[in-house]
Design a protein. Structure first.
Length: 258
């Protein structure tokens, strides 16, 4: 198996989602990629979610917090510069959720964190959530990505992950609200860089490789590949994708039960 570790230097959520999707769609057989990135403030909803029942869009617009929709399922998450995003991309033959989660668990354990996995495959610390995961499976390839709360603004998270239209009827997938904790609350010495280094060591140990992180931005793309990523960027930032993909819904009228 050929492995790669890629670190995006961009903090643009639409670019990082485009880069992730481009890697996912174009990955050759027999390859496993660990992609790491950090986004400036954004709420990222699952592909089957309803934005108005997941977040406070007016507050986000005032504060210039991006709203994005990803290609995987799962619930809404808040990203900022204190949140680390990781993605495992591979063909279906090399896809192993337990192994991938084990890489993250072992990386955190090596740093002294007593992290456990709950029945929803969330990573928890002191009974509070530090990481959620989402998945996208296609015929010959698989994507598993997640978040790690290192030093995120949880007050902002609670402010934006609040529905602006709670009284709607919809078949969209609702988020599971959980109490969260940052890693720095347990160990103030931890940093994003120290977590990244431990994840890379754990990844290499698991696959018995010596992959060196490659720093990646738009300038690292060829002209042809840049065009493909730009197309995905335009999709990810379009109103048609972010809002137009919302499942059908209706409103609950006052004085009614449905």
């Amino acid at each position: 198996m050929h492995t790669r570790i890629i670190r995006s230097t961009s903090t643009d959520p639409c670019f990082n989602l485009a880069l992730e999707e481009w890697l996912f769609c174009g990955m050759p057989p027999g390859e496993c990629v660990l992609l790491l990135y950090v986004n400036r403030p954004a709420v990222v909803i699952g592909k089957n979610q309803h934005p108005w029942s997941e977040c406070d869009i007016p507050a986000m617009q005032i504060d210039e917090v991006h709203l994005c929709r990803r290609i995987s399922g799962g619930g809404a998450v808040y990203h900022d510069m204190g949140n680390l995003n990781f993605s495992f991309l591979s063909d279906r033959n090399n896809y192993d959720i337990d192994r991938q989660l084990g890489i993250v668990l072992n990386a955190l354990s090596a740093m002294g964190f007593d992290v456990t996995l709950n029945n929803r495959r969330d990573l928890t610390l002191r009974y509070r959530k530090i990481s959620g995961n989402a998945f996208c499976l296609r015929k010959d390839r698989a994507l598993h990505h997640g978040t790690l709360l290192v030093d995120s603004d949880t007050m902002a998270m609670n402010r934006y992950l609040r529905p602006v239209l709670p009284d709607i009827t919809t078949r969209s997938v609702a988020s599971n609200r959980s109490e969260v904790i940052n890693l720095v609350e347990v160990d103030p010495r931890v940093t994003l860089e120290s977590i990244i280094e431990s994840l890379c060591r754990s990844f290499n140990h698991t696959f018995r490789t010596q992959s060196v992180p490659v720093y990646f931005d738009q300038s690292a793309l060829s002209v042809e590949n840049r065009g493909a990523v730009d197309d995905l960027y335009r999709k990810n930032s379009s109103l048609e994708w972010v809002y137009g993909r919302t499942p059908q819904f209706g409103t609950v009228l006052p004085g009614t039960n449905s």
